[in-house]
Design a binder for this molecule. Structure first.
Ligand code: NZQ
Ligand code: ZN
Length: 388
């Protein structure tokens, strides 16, 4: 196992009615920016509940953070914080609102052009330089409620880029599983698949002697296989909802990534598909993931076997046979979860996508991706072309 440090300061508050704790979690006399998305929180009464618990605080609202949050929109919030002297941000939403707030938090005191935070992937490590923030999660999927990463889209250049750093963990996250009741089915499907893929990015690599991380990963995967198809049909079932929400957080709160090299190439390629075609994040992962495992088969086959045997109970006579069956089973799980697994099912205008992505990675100076840095740009091309 590799050496590691485990640092996660987020106060994670889970369960029904936990929003009641909101006022006690905010710093006394905080001047709060209440940040949210396109308005779902007005339809499911979350806005009403939040404002009820904020009544003793001075609050300014900032709505309109879009899915795949845009730099251009977020900079408006940065200006408001500077002029209004906001001291705390409350993100109420899914991964997009929370990610957007992480960017805002870092950008307010950033000296220089804020777009460089994304272009140069600035890491925020000094807690005194960022605006503290908490979250109320409304969509289990990304794990953003308990990690310090974020993904932001620059609309002007159609790029989707990451930022992060240890200063960008939420101070607290209130995670009430009943919030999923108002999510449309396709968003629930997205949530399950995003969480599932987060585990695969960290687990489906090569044998790394991290026995506990593997078992925890397999536990999350098995739980998602068991509850995923059911929770999208029965989001009011608290047993399903609570296990789904906890799986999504555990999939990307840093725990299973400790001590191992992880992949993330499915995400890096997937982000390009969202930036180019607006395809939902999780759906890009379902299109790319299985083909990445096919192209990188030799490099990943031992772990594909472990995944197949332990998660799907697959039997076979050889490593190759079990590993191949594991990919087939993964595809059928993704399809069961309502995913398109080909780019041509999600967009029509895709013929030059592989070239475009490879050129972009080249421009950014990326030579190779993956846990062994062996997903070369030629492999990226092959993966994307296989995904058409
Ligand atoms: O904007 P509103 O009106 O709130 O509606 C949202 C949005 O349209 C809606 N929604 C959220 N909660 C709801 C609800 N509708 C009804 N009831 C509720 N309770 O759902 C839509 C999608 O929301 P969004 O926040 O975009 O979804 P998600 O949580 O999947 O976040 C996706 C973003 O997170 C990034 C993705 O790239 C993407 O930009 N990711 C962030 C990660 C991280 N920070 O660690 C890791 C992930 O891999 C991912 O890249
Ligand atoms: Zn993801």
């Amino acid at each position: 196992m590799l050496n590691f440090e485990l640092y996660n300061p987020t106060n994670y508050i889970f369960g029904k009615n936990q929003i009641e704790k909101l006022a006690s979690l905010l710093p006394a006399n905080a001047k709060v920016l209440l940040a949210y998305g396109g308005g779902s929180i007005f339809k499911n009464s979350i806005h009403e509940q939040v404002t009820e618990h904020l009544k003793d605080f001075e609050v300014i609202e900032f709505g309109g953070i879009e899915p795949n949050p845009r730099f251009e929109t977020l900079m408006k919030a940065v200006e408001i914080i500077r002029t209004e002297k906001i001291t705390f941000i409350l993100a109420v939403g899914g991964g997009s609102v929370i990610d957007g707030v992480k960017f805002i938090s870092g950008a307010v005191n950033y000296e220089g052009n804020a777009v460089d935070i994304l272009k140069n992937r600035i890491l925020f490590k000094d807690i005194s330089k960022v605006i503290p923030f908490g979250t109320i999660l409304t969509l289990p999927a990304t794990g953003s409620e308990m990690n310090s990463g974020a993904v932001i889209t620059i609309n002007a250049t159609q790029e989707k880029l990451t930022l992060g750093g240890s200063a960008l963990f939420p101070k607290f996250s209130i995670c009430d599983p009943t919030v999923i009741q108002s999510l449309p089915k396709w968003q629930l499907q997205n949530g399950v698949v995003d969480a599932f893929t987060h585990v695969l990015e960290q687990y489906l690599t090569y044998p790394q002697e991290a026995m506990l991380q593997d078992r925890i990963s397999e536990g999350i995967l098995q739980t998602l296989v068991e509850i995923g198809p059911k929770v999208v049909e029965n989001p009011t079932d608290y047993k399903l909802a609570s296990n789904f929400m906890w799986c999504a957080t555990m999939a990307l709160n840093g725990l299973i990534q400790k001590g191992v090299a992880s992949d993330w190439a499915t995400h890096m390629i997937g982000h390009e598909l969202t930036a180019l075609y607006g395809i939902d994040h999780a759906r890009t992962l379902a299109i790319i993931g299985p083909n990445l495992y096919r192209v990188m088969f030799d490099s990943k086959k031992e772990k594909l076997v472990q995944f197949g045997e332990r998660v799907f109970n697959i039997k076979g006579n050889s490593t190759e046979e079990i590993a191949e069956k594991a990919i087939v089973k993964l595809v059928s799980f993704l399809q069961e979860m309502g995913m398109e697994t080909k780019l041509s099912e999600a967009t029509t205008n895709y013929s030059d996508t592989a070239n475009f992505i490879v050129n972009r990675f080249e421009e950014r100076g990326w030579k190779a991706l993956g846990e062994k840095q062996n997903i070369t740009l030629e492999k990226v091309r092959e993966i994307v072309e296989m995904s058409y």
